[in-house]
Design a protein. Structure first.
Lengths: 369, 369
């Protein structure tokens, strides 16, 4: 059999953060911490666990393909109509649906470089030409991205804030961009880290939909809401755009336990407010500790930090791994010498800093700059 | 924005069996039974529930994208290499992956008519031409399907047994078909109901892979294993074919709770052997009861039965619904006058038969044949 197109064989498959169990198995370690996948480091709230246990009793039944209850609760929370929502098996799936619905072989998409790997991956598999516009000082060059749009462009992907840089596009920048781009182009604003951002000039993408029918905004329950294992995210757009997403969506794409857990998470506001405050405190701790180690980092508006680990960057990630601390080596993103560390619990972050300090003094002795 | 192709707007979206909660809400009923989605009517085994509860504690972590543990356990059970397996968000997703990997716009696929709706749906969305070959006496016309294959054909979908007819392709028929079809065509054998079949001449598709590199076999944990809510299925093929599926697969497509539940289900053999025996007994009960009602049915090798409800078929499904018994009206499949009923628990099946008897005598009075 022949694959549909060579681009499928040409793409480098996505490599996620190493699972804890893999590291334990491969390196024979018992105590391993994972700061590599931008997960919420805390276990779920008791209300979420109760909702999962309740839903598990009906695990023999297919999920509600329309996510009736979650749709109702989330629409009210966001102040949108229920028909403005589409749910996905993680917000990753909303990216894939957008490509499926709007991109034909030979069409183009515009992304930042580096940005979240799935934008380019999903587009290339579909046979699209991917135009990459380099970040400037780790921030989106929206002017450059606007210039990269042409008549073949179907989607512009904007991670706001994006991974791996952790920076965001301001309200003013976003509005200027939207004004300058044809309404025939889908502007896909990925707000996976929305709940972490505290900057005042950060735009809530959902508020842009009314004035811009070509905007779709995605968010996820995988990050702040800590439901990564269950795979659930969503997209918000005009009902006509959502109607198209629903046509390419698989009928039972969101599992029932994820739906129930998401409803419970939305209702447990106190729990997540406390988590958000803690993550903010952890960010400040890591900034201070990294500075004390003499390391540069990119100011982040997410739950991870991009750190310039110097000439020994890749070695640092490997050395940390051997000591049971999983972080992400950024060379796959073209950021040689950088590592990306997710904000963990207080104990995890202290272990990371301590291990990193020992590692750097060792590797920098071996390979001086 | 313009959709990628008109076929996306032209397809009739899949309509699943009505969820119990929807019927309760819409009709104000408290006691509703669902015999419409070919689900396992029994709650999960205690071991499965325990596995879900255990996995829920780590719900903040991304799932293992490689399904390491499940892959190990399942490969051993099936007698295949771990690299011969690909996992999906339900086996539906394996169908979608096959289309994505092998079908370009303008290519063709061959399916039976009627057959499981997702084969045609996924293919049409991708811009494929779908050649449909009518069943003969509710069985696959494999000779006709072979004749429908041409140079543009990329996939032939064979549900074995298929939904909605419930019949199967014999070993001899399958082998003759495989012999006559080019190895450039993917033969997609969907064995979602594999665990229900007790016929001696039913072929285990996995045993055909060694001799036929173009065969992929899918199975699911949604039916006999009763994990429909969690969405997990798998495909088996040669490692080179699996490698292609993995390239178009989303990295975290299978949620972690599904992986853990599936491992526990595979290990609880006694529970599922008892369920299988019970379902078999329920099938015999329904055959007798339908015959007593003077109704014809198609002999089924699955956990559902296609019943000829006569001139009042659609009315019968609606009348049953109003009395809290959800079955599937088959007119969407082009089978006017037929309903499809899933095998439920003993109590559910008795209620179905009793309600159907009352309904038919009422509707047949209204509209005599």
């Amino acid at each position: 059999m022949k694959v549909a197109r060579q681009s499928i064989l040409a793409v480098k498959p996505y490599v996620g953060g190493k699972p804890i169990a893999d590291v334990q198995r491969e390196l024979g370690l018992t105590s391993v911490i994972k700061l590599a996948s931008n997960e919420n480091p805390y276990p779920p709230s008791p209300k979420v666990l109760a909702a999962i246990a309740q839903a598990a009793r009906d695990v023999n039944r297919y999920p509600d393909g329309n996510c009736y209850e979650l749709r109702r609760v989330l629409a009210r929370r966001l102040g949108v109509a229920p028909g403005q929502l589409v749910f996905g098996n993680g917000s990753d799936e909303i990216i894939v649906m957008a490509v499926k619905a709007f991109v034909r072989e030979g069409d183009e998409v515009v992304i930042a470089k580096p940005s979240f790997l799935v934008y380019g991956l999903a587009s290339r598999i579909a046979g699209a030409r991917v135009r990459e516009v380099a970040l400037k000082s780790f921030r989106y060059d929206l002017e450059g991205m606007k210039r990269a749009v042409n008549k073949r462009t179907k989607i512009v992907f904007i991670g706001n804030p994006d991974n791996p840089a952790g920076t965001y596009v301001t309200r003013q920048q976003m509005k200027a961009f939207l004004k300058g781009v044809s309404r025939d182009v889908l502007v896909f604003i990925d707000e996976a880290y929305f709940e972490y951002v505290r900057a005042k000039d950060y735009p809530d993408g959902i508020r842009l939909i009314a004035g811009h029918p070509n905007v779709v905004v995605t968010r996820t329950f995988s990050k702040m809401y800590g439901l990564a294992a269950l795979r659930i995210g969503y997209g918000v757009a005009r009902p006509s755009v959502i109607g198209i997403f629903n046509r390419v969506r698989e009928p039972f794409n969101v599992n029932a336990l994820a739906q129930s857990a998401a409803v419970a998470a939305l209702q447990d506001r106190a729990h997540y407010a406390a988590v958000a405050d803690d993550i903010e405190a952890q960010r400040r701790f890591l900034y201070r500790a990294l500075t004390a180690l003499g390391l540069e980092y990119v100011e982040s508006f997410t739950n991870f930090i991009l750190v310039r680990a110097g000439a020994g960057g890749t070695k640092a990630a490997q050395a940390l791994l051997k000591k049971g601390v999983i972080v992400r080596d950024m060379s796959a993103w073209g950021l040689k010498g950088y590592i990306r560390v997710s904000l963990g619990t207080s104990l995890e972050n202290k272990r990371f800093i301590k291990t990193l300090g020992l590692t750097l003094s060792a590797t920098n002795r071996e390979c001086p700059v």
